[in-house]
Design a protein around this ligand. Structure first.
Ligand code: C2E
Ligand code: MG
Ligand code: MG
Ligand code: MG
Length: 275
């Protein structure tokens, strides 16, 4: 009896696996068409200075409005794009779109905020990335110092030496660099120290930890990160700030800037900057 049950479970697993793989393959094909089909768009989320409460930057976040499945999160389609080599096409679209948007807004006098955009691990593998960034800046006229590129801690740690090289080349263009989701990727201080970074973004899991019984630990960890980052000359941004209480604590711990639903959700450019 145990044997049949075992086999039944096996079959169920196979069916689920097959369905998952099929959905992935279909999505991959759809993703290929999404750029030309106008299904991709960019949302912007404010980053706020914790002393003045002024908006100092916006983070560009990619969105996919699928014709059948509706909105699909970047957490699902970015990994697909990375596996299928679509990441350069999509990454290029993303860079051009957000730099053009910000440049236009600045020209119209509507904003003086900086732009920050995400790079994936696979984009760091490709030498053409530096040219693509340079190109986006030149065509749109956005000053390089107004653009910050975010790389997750885990992407940096995959091949630290190679990453350091590309980061240096990007830095030489005049753009700023941030380490994203810090605290989730086991990087060592010795490795971070060597990278030409400007900003460190504390992962939102630590900020969420400020609510509830884990608070003393979360506070101690954030405090440690802030101290370390400041001693390395980095600006610190807290991610995922959802309530007033977290903001007050983060301010007290010396965080420079914050981002999160409390200050504003990612939204279309017209909502964030006005028409
Ligand atoms: P991320 O760069 O760490 O972006 C922050 C994510 O947290 C965003 O999710 C944002 O919507 C969400 N978030 C912001 N404030 C709050 C909050 O207060 N509470 C909670 N619970 N969440 C908040 P999103 O837009 O789904 O993006 C997820 C991840 O996908 C991003 O994490 C980034 O790593 C990646 N991603 C997004 N756009 C791009 C892109 O254009 N290129 C690449 N390579 N990756 C991207
Ligand atoms: Mg980010
Ligand atoms: Mg992040
Ligand atoms: Mg994150």
């Amino acid at each position: 009896q145990a044997k049949t049950r075992g086999r039944g479970r096996h079959e169920l697993f196979d069916v689920e696996l097959r369905e998952r793989v099929q959905r992935q393959l279909r999505l991959e094909q759809d993703l290929r068409d999404s750029v030309r089909g106008g299904q991709l768009w960019v949302a912007y989320q404010p980053v706020v200075d914790l002393r003045t409460y002024q908006r100092v930057a916006v983070e560009a976040l990619l969105r996919w409005q699928h014709p059948v499945h509706g909105s699909i999160s970047p957490g699902e389609f970015i990994p697909l794009a990375e596996e299928s080599d679509l990441i350069n096409l999509i990454g290029g679209y993303m860079l051009r779109t957000c730099t053009r948007e910000l440049s236009l807004r600045r020209l119209r006098g509507g904003t003086r905020t900086r732009l920050t955009a995400n790079l994936s691990a696979r984009q760091l593998d490709d030498e053409s990335l530096v040219d693509a960034v340079d190109d986006a800046l030149r065509t749109t006229g956005l000053p390089p110092s107004e653009l910050c590129l975010e790389i997750t801690e885990s992407a940096l740690m995959r091949e630290p030496e190679k990453a350091a090289e590309i980061l240096t080349a990007l830095r030489n263009l005049g753009v700023r660099l941030a380490i994203d989701d810090f605290g989730t990727g086991y990087s060592s201080l010795a490795q971070l120290w060597k990278l030409p970074l400007d900003t460190l973004k504390i992962d939102r899991s630590f900020v969420a930890g400020l609510d509830g019984p884990g608070n003393p630990d979360a506070e101690a960890i954030i405090k440690g990160i802030v101290t370390m980052a400041h001693s390395m000359g980095l600006t610190v941004i807290a991610e995922g700030t959802e309530n007033e209480r977290q903001v007050a604590i983060l301010r007290g711990l010396g965080c420079d800037q914050a981002q999160g639903f409390h200050f504003g959700r990612p939204a279309p450019a017209e909502q964030v900057f006005g028409e």
